[in-house]
Design a protein. Sequence first.
Length: 183
Amino acid sequence: MEENLEIAVERAIQAARGFETAIQLVFGIDPGPRPGLAWLADGMVVGSAQLEGIEALVEHITGLSSAVPHQRMCVKIGDGAPLIRDRIINQLLLSGIETRQVSEHSTSSGSRSKAHVQAATRIALQGGDRVFKIREIEPTDGDLREIQRQSRIQSTGGLTISTELARMVACGDITMDEAIRRA
């Protein structure tokens, strides 16, 4: 429901701007637990958002792209947060979306509250290398420890999920909520 409302609002905004159609629609993603997202039509910033997670990111992009008439579309993702980045890349590729990886060097500046959205805009404006292959998700020990730390925070100190459950969360096989319920 919330997503449909956002898409309807996006369509209304584009109509109010007199926006007809774009040759190239580009989405930029600053990867992380709360990814920044920006979308540009023919090089002009059309919108931006900071999402609460990566689970519905591809559906979000697909919905927004339906609100902006375009001829071509691609998604550019920053090279930071490798574990999350690769999960997002895999989701994009499996959805048949042209994907490019962009260096995040010099993309993070500005206010902390809008840093991810601003970085996503800068990422969308850069070139990047086309990604063709699904990435193998290989969480490091540090990644797993961080997921376990997040499980303690999310369960208000009640429990720490196992390394096996943390690995499943890292690979996107289950959500943190599911891991906590299983623990």
